[in-house]
Design a binder for this molecule. Structure first.
Ligand code: SF4
Length: 693
C-alpha cells in the first residue's frame, strides 16, 4: 500500500501530477494524470500507464473538476426545512444527521418491519470499494428490502450468463485482428471511446464494418453496411442470420456438436425468420440484410460487439441471446479477433461473499419499478428510501410516478450524494459523498480487461465522506459489525486487497497493473471457455423458455399505436455518464427527428416542440436531422430536469414494463407523438437548492 500515500499537492509545492484511475460506469477504466495546485485539481488527463487509455480521455472526465468544485456540490450533511422538493435544507453535524437516519431505520423496523426500508443504488461509481461491500452489509444484516439492479445490462448480462457463464470476451486490443466487425447496438463515440481507434485500425487493415443502429452514428457513417433497424427488432434480424447459417449449410456443425447444447431448438425458432420477413419487420432493405448475413457467414475472424442499445425494449433479452448465439452457430470462435465482445466485468472472478453476510430472503424490488414501489406497495409500504450512487428521478422509468412517490409526506428519503441531484432535492436528509478524486477505489474495466488503483488526489471537499466510512458508521451505530470487520475505507481497502485472487491485490497495492491468469487478451475457446456445465454453450436455456412471455427466441410486436406512432429512444451521449455530470449546463439539448417525420407534422428545425404520450410530456427544441431513421426520435439519456423547458425528461415517457428476460428497463418501448409547442418564451429550468447554517 506504499503508493497510496503519495504527494497530494501541498501548498507552495510545484503542482504535482498524481496517478489515479477512473472508476465511473464506463467500459474503459482509464488511468489518469491529475494535476493538483495548492490542493485543488487544475487538470485531468489520460496517462500512458494503461495502454488502452493511451494518454487521452473523454471530455466528460476532463471536466470532472466542474463537478468537484461546482455550485451543485454537496458540502455538508443537511436536513430538510421546507416543503419536499423545494430544496431548502439546514446544515447539521454528521453525528446529528446519522442519528436521525439510524433513528428512522429503527422506527421503520418497529412499525412495518425492516423491508419497509428500500436501499436504491446503481453504478454512479463502479469501483470495488464504493458499492456491494459495507452498504450490502448494512442492508443484509438489517434485513431491508433487496434491490434488483436491473436498469442497465440486466438482459444482456442474463443472456451472457445463460449461454456462456459470462466467459471473458474479445478485448479492444484484438479488434484489429478481425476481418469483420459488427457493432450491434453500441456507439463507442459516446461511451467507451477508446474502442474507436481499434475499429479504425482494423478498417485500415482491411476489415469490413457493419453497424446495427437506428441512428447514423459516427461509426455508422464509416461502415460498409449500416442497418438502421427499427428499435426492438434486433431479435428478428439476428434470427434471420441464424436461419441463413442453418439453412445454407453455413453453420459450424462440428463446433456445435462438440461445444454446444440446444442448437436444434434454436434452429427451430429461427426457421420462420427469412431474410425478407426480418427485413420487413426491421424496416430495412432485404438486400442489405442479405449482404450482412453473407458477410457474417463467410468472414473470419468475425467479431460481434454486443452493446446495450439492443436490450432496452420488450425483446431485449431474446435479442441479446440471439446475437450472442451467432458466433457459436457460425463457428467464429477459436481465432484471435473472432467471437463476441461485451461486458468483461466478470472476468476477474472476484467473489465478494467472503465480505458480506448472506442475502436474506427479503422482498425484492425491481429498480425499474421505483415509482410503483413508492406509490403502490403496501405489504409493507416503503417508509424509508435510501438513495446512493444514483439519481433515480432522472434515470428510472415513469418519471412522473417516481416524482409522486418522492413527494409523499410519509416517505422518509435519505440521499447520499456528491451533488444536489434532482432526487436529492426531495430528500429529508442529505449526506455529502466524496468523488473518486477524494477517495480510494479499484477501477475495473469491462471493455478491456484491466484493473487499477484509484487514489485520492485532493482532500475531501467540504465535509464529504467516502461510502465505506458512512456505511461502516451506520453499521456500527446499529451494532451490525463484529470487532474484526472493516469499518471504514482504509480498513476495507486493505481487506479487499488481501482477498483478491492470485497476485491481484499485491500488484494493485504496489501500483502495478495486475493480469488475470488467462492474460489480458484471451482468445475464446483457446484461452477461456464457458463457465457452464461441461464448458458448453447453452444455446437454449430452458429456464428462460419458461419465464419469457413468449418463450425463447420469440418476437413481441411493436407497442406503437395510431395515437403514438413514433419510437422514442434515449441513448447515451458524449456529455454524461448515465446521469452523472448532467448538472453541467447544456444549452444544446434537442429532440432529434428525421426530416420525413418533421415535414409530416409541419415542424421546423429549432422549433419548440411537445413530445408526449399517455404518461407525460416533455418540452424542448427540435433538431431535424437524417441521422435518425424515420419513425424514430431520439432524446439523450441521463438528462436532469433542468435540461428541458417543463422539467420532465425522456424517462417521463417510458413505461415501467420489463424486458422479456432479465427484468430490464424498456426505455426504447416509449411510443410518442410530437407537435409544435406554442412559443411560451420559457427557457430551460434552473436548479434550485439552498443549504443554510
Ligand atoms: S468515463 Fe470512460 S473514457 Fe472517460 S475517463 Fe472514465 S473510463 Fe475513461
Amino acid at each position: 500500500m506504499a503508493v497510496i500515500h503519495e504527494s497530494r499537492g501541498e501548498i507552495g509545492a510545484p503542482a504535482p501530477v498524481v496517478d489515479t484511475a477512473c472508476p465511473l460506469d464506463c467500459p474503459d477504466a482509464c488511468t489518469l494524470h491529475v494535476t493538483v495546485h495548492r490542493g485543488r485539481i487544475v487538470e485531468i488527463d489520460g496517462s500512458q500507464k494503461n495502454p488502452v487509455t493511451g494518454g487521452y480521455i473523454c471530455n466528460k472526465v476532463r471536466k470532472f473538476g466542474e463537478r468537484v468544485y461546482g455550485p451543485d456540490r454537496l458540502l455538508y450533511p443537511a436536513i430538510r426545512v421546507g416543503p419536499k422538493g423545494q430544496g431548502h435544507f439546514k446544515r447539521v453535524p454528521w453525528d446529528e444527521a446519522l442519528e436521525v437516519v439510524v433513528d428512522r431505520f429503527r422506527r421503520a423496523k418497529a412499525e412495518h418491519g425492516a423491508t419497509s426500508i428500500l436501499p436504491y443504488s446503481y453504478g454512479g461509481s463502479n469501483g470495488l470499494l464504493t458499492q456491494d461491500n459495507l452498504d450490502a452489509q448494512l442492508w443484509r444484516r438489517f434485513g431491508t428490502s433487496r434491490l434488483a439492479r436491473t436498469i442497465c445490462a440486466a438482459p444482456t448480462g442474463a443472456a451472457n450468463q445463460a449461454l456462456y457463464g459470462k466467459m471473458p470476451s474479445v478485448v479492444y486490443q484484438d479488434y484489429p485482428n478481425a476481418a469483420l466487425i459488427v457493432m450491434w447496438g453500441v456507439n463507442p463515440s459516446a461511451s467507451g471511446i477508446h474502442l474507436v481507434p481499434y475499429v479504425r485500425e482494423a478498417q485500415k487493415r482491411g476489415a469490413t464494418l457493419v453497424v446495427v443502429d437506428p441512428r447514423t452514428t459516427t461509426l455508422a457513417r464509416l461502415a460498409d453496411v449500416h442497418l438502421a433497424i427499427k428499435p426492438g427488432t434486433d431479435v428478428a434480424v439476428a434470427l434471420a442470420l441464424h436461419r441463413h447459417l442453418f439453412e445454407n449449410g453455413l453453420s459450424d456443425e462440428a463446433f456445435l456438436a462438440a461445444h454446444a447444447t440446444g442448437a436444434e431448438r434454436l434452429r427451430e425458432r429461427a426457421a420462420p425468420w427469412t431474410i425478407e420477413r426480418a427485413a420487413e419487420t426491421a424496416d430495412v432493405d432485404a438486400a442489405l440484410l442479405r449482404r450482412f448475413a453473407d458477410l457474417y457467414a463467410t468472414s473470419s475472424p468475425a467479431l460481434i460487439r454486443c452493446g446495450w442499445g439492443l436490450e432496452r425494449n420488450r425483446n431485449g433479452g431474446n435479442a441479446a441471446m440471439a446475437v450472442l448465439a451467432l458466433p457459436a452457430v457460425g463457428g467464429k470462435f477459436g481465432v484471435r479477433g473472432g467471437g463476441y465482445s461485451m461486458s468483461n466485468s466478470a472476468s476477474w472472478g472476484i467473489d465478494r461473499t467472503w465480505l458480506t453476510a448472506a442475502e436474506p430472503a427479503t422482498r425484492v424490488v425491481n429498480m425499474n419499478h421505483l415509482g410503483r414501489a413508492l406509490t403502490e406497495y403496501d405489504d409493507p409500504p416503503v417508509d424509508v428510501l435510501f438513495v446512493y450512487n444514483c439519481n433515480p428521478l432522472a434515470t428510472a422509468p415513469d418519471q412522473r410516478r417516481v416524482l409522486r412517490g418522492l413527494e409523499r409526506e410519509n416517505l422518509f428519503t435519505v440521499v447520499y450524494e456528491q451533488v444536489m441531484t434532482d432526487t436529492a432535492l426531495y430528500a429529508d436528509v442529505i449526506l455529502p459523498a466524496t468523488t473518486f478524486m477524494e477517495g480510494y477505489d479499484f477501477a475495473k474495466a469491462y471493455g478491456p480487461i484491466s484493473m487499477e488503483l484509484a487514489r485520492p488526489v485532493i482532500d475531501a471537499v467540504g465535509e464529504s465522506r467516502p461510502n465505506a466510512d458512512v456505511f461502516g458508521e451506520l453499521c456500527s451505530r446499529l451494532d451490525l459489525l463484529a470487532e474484526d470487520e472493516p469499518k471504514d475505507e482504509l480498513e476495507l481497502a486493505v481487506r479487499v486487497l488481501g482477498a483478491l485472487p492470485g497476485t491481484i491485490g499485491d500488484d494493485l497495492g504496489s501500483g502495478l497493473s495486475p493480469r488475470p491468469p488467462f492474460g489480458l487478451a484471451p482468445v475464446q475457446f483457446v484461452d477461456v471457455f464457458p463457465n457452464t456445465p461441461g464448458r458448453k454453450v447453452n444455446l437454449f436455456p430452458e429456464a428462460y423458455e419458461a419465464t419469457a412471455p413468449l418463450g425463447l427466441y420469440r418476437f413481441q410486436l411493436d407497442p406503437a399505436t395510431e395515437q403514438y406512432p413514433l419510437t422514442l429512444i434515449s441513448p447515451a451521449s458524449e456529455r454524461t455518464i448515465s446521469s452523472t455530470l448532467a448538472e453541467l449546463p447544456r444549452p444544446d439539448v434537442k429532440l432529434r427527428m428525421n426530416p420525413t417525420d418533421a415535414a409530416a407534422r409541419g415542424l421546423e428545425d429549432g422549433a419548440p416542440v411537445r413530445l408526449f404520450n399517455e404518461l407525460g410530456e416533455v418540452h424542448c427544441l427540435l433538431n431535424v436531422t437524417a441521422a435518425v431513421r424515420a419513425g424514430t426520435v431520439s432524446f439523450p439519456k441521463g438528462l436532469w430536469r433542468r435540461s428541458t423547458m417543463n422539467g420532465l425528461t425522456a424517462t417521463a415517457l417510458v413505461p415501467d414494463t420489463l424486458t422479456d428476460i432479465g427484468g430490464g428497463a424498456c426505455f426504447n418501448d416509449a411510443r410518442v407523438e410530437v407537435a409544435a409547442l406554442p412559443d411560451t418564451g420559457k427557457s430551460v429550468r434552473k436548479g434550485k437548492a439552498t443549504v443554510t447554517n
